[in-house]
Unconditional design. Structure first.
Length: 301
């Protein structure tokens, strides 16, 4: 990663770094495990195991759960995490010049990408998310004069009643059940010639309920159910979550059918420096974690 990109991401995280120490202390104080449990504790445990799977419309509720929220921040605070090392720098490379433009960041979380976008001199950046906790943290650690944070479901974009030059989204599309409807709304809210840039978990990863298994770095990967689009139930950070698997061709056709022209497709491969910083990235040489697409709103004939 270039020094400029590292500096830009460090700016996004500088207030968060002090906050995460507090979160880490609370997290560590809550993980004491007792080996003997009462009957009541076992009943409570069963209730946790049997809790409903969280869908897109209530995905914000997951992040508003205190333990899940803290677990997520712990994940993002780890040095060399994938988001900071490879995913968001690649998105920023796709963004290009947005001086004087109006940009919206869908599923902004605590605002790291939103803040990074704000440093590229746009007229304004609107960050939307459905999590109260995430937005409160975003306003506290990633504020800027040209940023507006709003609470909104991704499926309700059109209710903003505003036009944008660019729509960005980081790792959110695989949580959307009706992707075609959302892409249609995105097209309607884009100015003529406006662009959509998004990342999502790579379809190789979303294919199976348990993701993809790297059996051996020399032998490759095992992939299950790639050809079958649809709902997948996964366990993540202690919660059951629904994701939606789509083949690459399905994703591309949704964009094309809704009047977008594909400009660029990325399946990022880590550099030797990235692998040195996080050895787990060796698995990226067998399969990519992310699919990223840049598309422009076309003129309907």
């Amino acid at each position: 990663m270039s020094a400029a990109k590292k500096s830009r991401l460090n700016e996004c995280y500088s207030p968060f770094n002090s906050y995460r120490g507090h979160v880490a202390d609370r997290f560590l104080s809550n993980i004491s495990i007792r080996w003997s449990r009462s009957v009541k504790e076992w009943i409570n445990l069963r209730m946790i195991i049997m809790e409903p799977t969280m869908r897109t419309t209530d995905i914000g509720a997951i992040y508003d759960d205190e333990q899940f929220f803290n677990n997520y921040l712990e994940l993002r605070a780890k040095p060399g995490n994938y988001n900071d090392l490879i995913e968001q720098p690649c998105i920023l490379d796709l963004v290009g010049d947005i001086t004087g433009k109006k940009v919206i960041d869908i599923g902004c979380g605590f605002g790291t990408l939103t803040f990074a976008l704000s440093k590229l001199k746009p007229l304004k950046v609107v960050g939307i998310d459905n999590s109260v906790r995430m937005l409160e943290l975003a306003k506290r650690v990633n504020p800027a004069q040209n940023i507006e944070y709003k609470r909104l479901n991704a499926e309700d974009l059109i209710t903003l009643g505003e036009k944008f030059d660019m729509v960005c989204s980081s790792l959110m599309f695989h949580y959307i059940e009706d992707l075609s409807s959302m892409v249609k709304s995105i097209r309607e809210m884009l100015c003529d010639g406006g662009r959509l840039i998004f990342s999502q978990e790579h379809p190789i990863l979303t294919a199976g309920e348990m993701g993809v298994t790297v059996t051996d770095l020399s032998e490759g990967v095992n992939i299950k159910k790639y050809s079958l689009d649809g709902e997948r139930h996964v366990e993540w950070l202690g919660k059951k979550v629904v994701k939606y698997h789509r083949k690459i061709s399905t994703i591309l056709n949704i964009l094309l059918d809704n009047g977008f022209i594909i400009e660029k497709i990325l399946e990022p491969v880590p550099s030797p420096d990235m692998i040195e910083e996080n050895k787990r990235m060796l698995t990226e040489l067998q399969r990519p974690s992310y699919l990223m697409i840049k598309a422009v709103k076309g003129v309907r004939k």
